[in-house]
Each structure stands twice: as C-alpha cells, then as structure tokens.
Design a protein around this ligand. Structure first.
Ligand code: SF4
Length: 192
C-alpha cells in the first residue's frame, strides 16, 4: 500500500539525492526541493539542478525548484567567510537551506521535511538535526532526523551515483570549499 504521509526533501545534489529519495519513497509520499544558493559557480548550480531533475523524473517524484538567492547566501555567509569547512560557516549554510525548506513545506501544506545533506560524511549531523528542529519549530512543521549515511547509506549513494553516471565532488559546493579542495589536492604545505 502506498504511503499517504507527505515529506518535502531538500535535495542538495543528484548523487546524494538518488539514494535518499528512493529510500524515502518506501515510506513516504515524497516531493523534492532544490534550494542550493551555496552551489557555485552558476554552471555548477545549473548542472546539479539538471541532474536532480533527471533523478526526480526517473523516480516519478515532483520537484519544486527554489529561488537561486546567491546574493542573499553570500551576504549571510560573509561574516564567516574566513572560517574553514565544518565551522560556523557550514552551520549557517545548513540553517539557510533548512529554514527555506521548512518554510516551503509549510507553504505547500507538507507536515514533514528533511535533507539529503546527512548522507555525506563531510557534514556534521548533530548540527543538521539542531538546525532542522529549530527550522521546523519556526514554521510549524516536523524535521525527520534520520541520518541517511547510516546502515550503509553513504556507500549505497556512491554506488547509485556510479550506476547512473552522476558526478560526486570532493567539495561541498561553495567557492570556499572548491578552494579548500584545491589546496588539499596540492598537499599539506599549500596555502601557507
Ligand atoms: S562547505 Fe558545504 S556546508 Fe560548508 S559553507 Fe560550503 S557549501 Fe555550505
């Protein structure tokens, strides 16, 4: 029997989404939400959006495409721009996506929401949960706190990415993370 409980799923990119959306389809009536002003440059933003459209089309899932809001994201992150990955910079970034998704869920009359962010081992799950709860309280919707990387979720998402020819990056998506990845590739003495 098909589930009638609806959930809005913030989809950060196709490679994380393909596994999480399929997994959630077993329990929920899923709608995906693409809201990723952190993804830069523009060409990468468009590429990921195109891939998410393809994944949603394949799974038969409706996709809501959020506003780009690059300037708003840059302004909100600017005070933390000097900080490294996994710092307050990333926490604020999670908050922006989760607040927007919670607001969209409330607007669409969907009582439950979550994010594909937690499938990545590079994200801090405790912060995702705290920000998700706070966003849910703000908009009167419930955050599904599941850690999608558990029970082999991360490996399964990698396998599905390969199967469907989706690109996985070694960076979070923002220009800061691209620069950090570039320095990592160059070695420990780079950038100093
Ligand atoms: S590294 Fe990822 S989570 Fe951190 S600010 Fe950049 S896009 Fe956001």
């Amino acid at each position: 029997m098909e589930s009638t409980e609806r959930i809005l799923v913030h989809a950060c990119c196709a490679s994380c989404s393909s596994y999480v959306l399929e997994y959630l389809l077993e329990k929920y009536d899923v709608t995906a939400y693409y809201y990723n002003p952190n993804i830069q440059p523009e060409a990468e933003y468009r590429l990921r959006l195109g891939d998410v459209r393809t994944v949603c089309g394949r799974l038969g899932i409706p996709l809501i495409e959020g506003p780009e809001e690059l300037e708003e994201w840059n302004a909100a992150i600017a005070p933390y721009a000097h900080l490294p990955e996994k710092s307050e910079r990333c926490r604020v970034c999670y908050r922006l996506s989760l607040e927007k998704t919670a607001g969209m869920a409330a607007e669409a009359g969907i009582g439950l929401f979550t994010t594909t962010l937690s499938v990545s081992p590079h994200k801090i799950h405790a912060w995702i949960v705290e920000e998700g709860r706070a966003s849910g309280e703000k908009y009167g919707v419930i955050f599904l706190e599941e850690d999608f990387k558990k029970k082999g979720g991360f490996h399964e998402s990698c396998r599905k990415s390969r199967e469907h020819g989706l690109t996985r990056q070694d960076a979070g998506g923002c220009l800061f993370s691209l620069e950090e990845a570039r320095l990592r590739r160059k070695g420990p003495d780079s950038g100093r």
